[in-house]
Design a binder for this molecule. Structure first.
Ligand code: BES
Ligand code: MN
Ligand code: ZN
Length: 497
């Protein structure tokens, strides 16, 4: 789908999209079309239940003598004062409506707002429309044309198209990052496994990202026994991906920002094997790594003026004759020994070595990790918020604010010594599960034992990585939850410093 910005004029082909606000109040462009069509627009509204409330749409076919095939009216509720997410959602809703109508070309009249507002609104509408247009259909070879989305060209007609385009440019790069993440997360585990996930990350080199890929031999030398233990039951060798974006070589603060992701390309549970029902979902157990890779693409794509390290711990958790057993004791890079009580609590074993490696090598300003870590976070928060755990209140507050700003919500969960004691082991320094109670918290406590005083936050995204229903800017499937949030967080807190 092509997105363009152009000066206002009434198009002669395709659908014209106009806003209508609450109380059936027509925007100037809708008013004009109504006049030109001899009142056909108003008559259509009056013959329907369309009231102009947010996210209502009304398709008016061949109104009067306009010569247009269709006018799509989009309800926007109150026209003024909507934040970015509100406008992005409107963009997503109108994109879905245009595809449902089978339209190929549409022009959105962005009027009734002051110049600056209209510019921002147009950029946000375009961003929302593009985010909603994502589709993972490469394996659907028998799909008929009428089942495919139709829209090829979407034009935003706005007073200052150049300014809108400039504002949209970085958003387009963020969408590139989001789409990359969604692709990686959607791919099945016979296509994306540690080596191929690392190879995908390597493609970011074309954007100027330094990409190193550590193999098992190198990780063994570094002492990453916890990560390697998870991968040892798989015929697919493990990898650690280290990406660096150096967008601000003159930064006063030399230490980079660090983001880390769990990249379990498939989680069978290992010897503590999962039940068959729903196990296919575990292809997206690399969602955290997918977000970190997509985030690096977004940051590099829009040439963010920051120095960022992205690390992805990539393993496949499989049961075979070489797999680790419940009760095995492994030695992590930190030197701490871990009793593996349950081989299905593998994400924390991967991340503990990645976290240690990161702070040891890069001495970052902070570390934020993302992981589809626990089913328990879904029990606690469902699919609306991701769990946020942090050892630093400022970091937690800034992440929460960024999440609010982009519509990817976080909810802070507690850390506490009393929970920490639940993962003390009789046989080793720590055990990898704490029992059924407070499962997401004991998982976070486990990670915290491998954080050495650096400000750190852990996002448990098990409930938000995959969606079973369409949302305005997120079609069902892989959401890339976290890419927009962390991009916003970086932009708000660290760019221009
Ligand atoms: N990858 C899973 C967590 C998960 C569950 C993600 C459902 C997405 C949807 C993780 O590795 C896991 O298996 N966790 C166990 C931990 C338990 C063994 C302590 C869980 O949540 O059951
Ligand atoms: Mn598991
Ligand atoms: Zn897992």
């Amino acid at each position: 789908m092509k997105i363009n910005f152009a000066a206002p004029r009434v198009p002669r082909t395709g659908t014209v999209v106009c806003a209508v606000s609450e109380g059936r109040k027509l925007s100037p462009s809708a008013e004009q079309l109504d006049k030109d069509s001899g009142g056909a627009i108003r008559r259509a509204i009056e013959a329907s239940r369309f009231s102009g409330k947010s996210d209502e749409t009304l398709s008016v076919l061949a109104p009067g003598k306009l010569g247009l095939g269709r006018v799509l009216l989009v309800g926007i509720g109150k026209p003024r004062g909507g934040d970015h997410v509100v406008w992005q959602n409107r963009g997503g809703v109108l994109l879905a409506a245009l595809n449902a109508a089978g339209e190929q070309k549409a022009s959105v009249m962005v009027d009734s707002l002051k110049d600056r507002e209209a510019t921002t609104a147009a950029a946000d509408l375009a961003f929302g429309a593009r985010l909603r247009s994502y589709r993972f259909d490469k394996y659907r070879t028998k799909e008929k044309p009428e089942q495919k989305p139709t829209l090829k060209e979407l034009n935003f007609l706005v007073e200052n198209p150049k300014a809108a385009e400039r504002e949209y440019e970085p958003l387009d790069k963020i969408a590139d990052g989001v789409f990359f993440t969604r692709d990686l997360v959607s791919e099945p585990a016979n296509v994306i496994y540690p080596e191929t996930l690392a190879a995908e990350a390597r493609t970011l080199a074309t954007l100027g990202v330094d990409v190193e890929i550590l193999d098992e031999k190198q990780m063994k030398k570094l002492g990453m026994g916890a990560l390697l233990g998870v991968g040892q039951g798989s015929s697919r060798p493990s990898r650690l991906v280290v990406m660096q974006w150096k967008g601000n070589p003159k930064a006063k603060e030399k230490a980079p920002l660090a983001f880390l992701g769990k990249g379990v390309t498939f989680d069978t549970g290992g010897i503590s094997i999962k039940g068959a029902a729903g196990m296919e979902d575990m292809k997206w157990d690399m969602g955290g790594a997918g977000v970190v890779i997509g985030l690096m693409k977004a940051l590099a794509g829009r040439k963010a003026k920051v120095n960022v390290v992205g690390i992805a711990g990539c393993v496949e958790n499989m049961p075979d004759g070489n797999a680790q057993r419940p009760g095995d004791i492994v030695k992590s890079m930190s030197g701490q020994t871990v009793e593996v009580i349950n081989t299905d609590a593998e994400g924390r074993l991967v991340l503990c070595d990645a976290l240690w490696y990161c702070q040891d090598r890069f001495k970052p300003q902070f570390m934020v990790n993302l992981a589809t870590l626990t089913g328990a976070i879904i029990v606690a928060l469902g699919h609306e918020h991701a769990g946020l755990f942090a050892n630093n209140d400022e970091l937690a507050a800034n992440l929460t604010a960024a999440g609010k700003a982009v519509g990817e919500k976080l909810w802070r969960m507690p850390l506490d010594d009393a929970y920490d004691r639940m993962i003390d082991s009789d046989a080793a320094d720590v055990k990898n599960i704490g029992g059924r109670d407070a499962g997401s918290i004991t998982a976070a406590q486990f990670l915290q034992r491998f954080v050495n005083g650096v400000p750190w936050a852990h996002l448990d995204i098990a409930g938000t990585t995959w969606s079973k229903k369409d949302a305005p800017t997120v079609p069902k499937g892989a959401t890339a939850f976290g890419v927009r949030l962390l991009d916003r967080f970086v932009a708000d807190q660290y760019e221009g410093k």
